[in-house]
Ligand binder design. Structure first.
Ligand code: IPM
Ligand code: MG
Length: 358
């Protein structure tokens, strides 16, 4: 059956990197029999400008109908002054929530060709291969009560609630155990159980769930220590599972271990294999529209889509191999370049991947 793919380019560098991701998909359709149809919808600031809403009803409907979404990036200074519900970020959060995309997979892999780009010593990061599994539709991002007001003394105050029930924890736990089982067999659950009740429940449920995965070695770590260990000795981690907020922070740190956040893809999955695939990097408004952005995170997100939603690991392997060849040949966008390499534009990098797929 033909899979329906929705492209949501968004803002900043989103459109230009999505264009390269789409070229890769088109090459797979033409030369490798990939059976998809492509659609496009507005999201983020682009949707605010056109329709006054970061996630218009028509875009949400298109996203519901799609089997998978290729997402660019959203946000920028033009929309930062708006009230929270109208900002681009709210569109993305609503999309995650409405589609039930609870499992966010963020791999941090160091390409040997890019070891120089990491701020850490090569021996600390060489061979790095971590998978962060972040809970994406609960916790403090969505917990109620949340709001702001004024107390009896007239002081302004604001509050959010970090809240999880056992079913939400077990659900992301099972996803993470299954991923760990298919990788190195080790799962580290990150929490703040020394202080937070919600973290104690998280830890209890992870321990209960572990009974069904005797072949996976479960460990626990406090989030402050995890942040430190990630930059001290990152290779100790195989698969990490954590909450929405902690995962947001730790995945940015893990991304930078690899030298450039411009290389890293992510998948946000529902319970039935539907996914939203997006680069970990943001909209980078400072370099938007100049052909400087690295399209590899978007292209590698397409590889994740091929693997996790479209069941075409064969093609995912091809795309990932093409990225490796491009790096071997010395192609570098500005974010990953060094003295010995020449700068490639967004389009040149995308074009090189397309050529290698033929
Ligand atoms: C991310 C981003 C988002 C988040 C923002 C843009 C709402 O930082 O995907 O990590 O906090 O989840
Ligand atoms: Mg983030």
């Amino acid at each position: 059956m033909t899979a329906r793919i929705l492209v949501m380019p968004g803002d900043g560098v989103g459109p230009e990197i999505c264009r390269e991701a789409v070229r890769v998909l088109e090459a797979l359709v033409n030369d490798h029999g990939l059976d998809i149809e492509l659609h496009e919808a507005l999201v983020g600031g682009a949707a605010i400008d056109a329709e006054g809403d970061p996630l218009p009803e028509s875009s949400l409907a298109a996203a519901r109908e799609a089997d998978a979404i290729v997402f660019g990036s959203i946000g920028g200074p033009a929309w930062d002054g708006l009230e929270r519900a109208k900002r681009p970020e709210s569109g993305l959060l609503r999309l995650r929530s409405e589609l039930g995309l609870f499992a966010n997979l963020r791999p941090a892999i160091l390409y040997p060709q890019l070891a120089h780009a990491s701020a850490l010593k090569p021996e600390v990061v060489s061979g790095l291969d971590i998978m962060i599994v972040r809970e994406l539709t609960g916790g403090i991002y969505f917990g109620q009560p949340a709001g702001h007001g004024t107390d009896e003394a007239g002081r302004r105050e604001a509050w959010n609630t970090m809240r999880y029930n056992d079913a939400e924890i077990e659900r992301i736990g099972r996803t993470a155990f299954n991923i760990a089982r298919a990788r190195g067999g080790r799962l580290c659950s990150v929490d703040k159980a020394n202080v937070l009740d919600v973290s104690q429940l998280w830890r209890d449920v992870m321990n209960e769930t572990a009974v069904d995965y005797p072949d996976v070695e479960l460990s626990h770590m406090y989030v402050d220590n995890a942040a430190m260990q990630l930059v001290r000795a990152p290779k100790q981690f195989d698969t990490v599972v954590t909450t929405n907020l902690f995962g947001d922070i730790l995945s940015d740190a893990a991304a930078m271990l690899t030298g450039s956040i411009g290389m890293l893809p992510s998948a946000s999955m529902d319970a039935n294999g539907k996914g939203l695939y997006e680069p970990v990097h943001g909209s980078a408004p400072d370099i938007a529209g100049q052909g400087l952005a690295n399209p590899l995170a978007a292209i590698l997100s397409v590889a994740m889509m091929l693997r996790y939603t479209l069941d075409r690991s064969d093609l995912a392997d091809k795309v990932e191999a093409a990225v490796g060849y491009a790096l071997d040949r010395g192609l570098r966008t500005r974010d990953i370049m060094n003295q010995e390499t020449q700068v490639a534009s967004t389009q040149e990098m995308g074009g090189a991947i397309v050529d290698m797929l033929r």
